[in-house]
Ligand binder design. Sequence first.
Ligand SMILES: Cc1cc2nc3c(=O)[nH]c(=O)nc-3n(C[C@H](O)[C@H](O)[C@H](O)COP(=O)(O)OP(=O)(O)OC[C@H]3O[C@@H](n4cnc5c(N)ncnc54)[C@H](O)[C@@H]3O)c2cc1C
Length: 391
Amino acid sequence: MGINSIVIIGAGPSGLYLARELSKFVNVVIFEEDREVGVPPHCTGLVNLDSLRVLGVSPPIISTYRYVRIVDLEGNGLTFDFGRRVIAMVDRPGLEQYLANELGSSSLMLGERVVHVDSSTVKTKSRQLSYELTVIAEGAGGELSRKLIPWTPNYVYGVQTDTRSYSTSNLMPRDDDEIVVVFDKKLSENYFAWIVPIDHNEFRIGIADTSNTWVKFTELLRLVGAEYRKLFGGKIIIGGSPEHVVWRNVAVIGDAAGFVKPMTGGGIIMGMLSARILSESLYETIKAGLSIGDALSIYDMVYRKYIRGKLKALGVASTILHMLLNKSLGESLRLMSGLSIRVDDYDNHVDAILTAALRRPWAFIKAVAAIIQELSETQYPIHKLLRSLIE
Ligand SMILES: Cc1cc2nc3c(=O)[nH]c(=O)nc-3n(C[C@H](O)[C@H](O)[C@H](O)COP(=O)(O)OP(=O)(O)OC[C@H]3O[C@@H](n4cnc5c(N)ncnc54)[C@H](O)[C@@H]3O)c2cc1C
């Protein structure tokens, strides 16, 4: 491969991580529509510190946390204890700047939006270029990638602010190592709200939902006695996954390919993981004297064989939990209220739920029965969900 044979569209965590990994053996060109990486920020920045280490990334960290307490507006709540401060709030513009500083002699073209991609060319407003491989890492919007690989993501809209509060309400973190997640249909109908400590009386407070997010956000700030400050947020993908992540000599990574944890919308680690799979496929095939096409086939095969099924199953679980359940969700939280559950892996939601189940099995069975009862009463085509799960 020669210089300029690979182009990456989008300098978010997925595109920049891929560029950093590829820069170790080939130069790449990255197009980013914004004039500065990481700006404007949109994300809360919560990740698993262990996953960052595995990926070999050490960005600036704002704070770290050990507990996640899930509460409702009635005062019910249960706490997940990860045993140590394993959750980190990364500085989001800082993560992008850190990765951008590690690009070696690859080129980062800022302020240049890509307007068209096909199998042979990439067009920006000012030029048209040919590349052997194009990687789309354009984020949740998906304008370019979904023209090539159509699929329909489920998403919610998230909005948040960094603000101050002196409230002592049950909704506020009890210490600087605790994140509060508010699961209550009266606040967010189809997702949840979060309150994350940053510093003394400073919190990142946000909410996501399918509609009227601004109104609900105002209500959340009122409930915790916090004022509006500069707002930031955007689309959060929470399910759906494309059939393929490769089209001819174009690969898609990150949010644009649905690499997120559907239960929480977390996509920083997943996006970098997709980039890692692609970069390793390229490295190994080039080393073996094979073609870019071979590397893309491996990337697509790994996605289809090992990742897509899990994303689909978690996407179904997310749809059930966030979209379909109403009264049984509150009932489940009430039944499990007061528990403190020791969990090892922040990213393993299934393990967290099973650990909770073992702590209070009878309450858990009652909660599951209430959920099944409610699901059987919904108008939603449940057989579709079951088919996805079985697939
Ligand atoms: C409110 C909110 C809270 C979130 N909280 C968390 C969290 O706590 N933890 C977590 O893991 N995830 C969180 N996420 C999700 C996380 O932000 C995304 O999963 C992550 O940013 C995906 O990275 P990416 O590189 O794939 O896409 P992005 O970060 O969206 O980057 C895409 C880049 O491509 C650029 N671009 C787009 N189109 C073009 C084009 N045509 N030409 C050139 N450049 C283009 C964009 O400007 C952008 O810089 C949150 C998201 C939101 C909205």
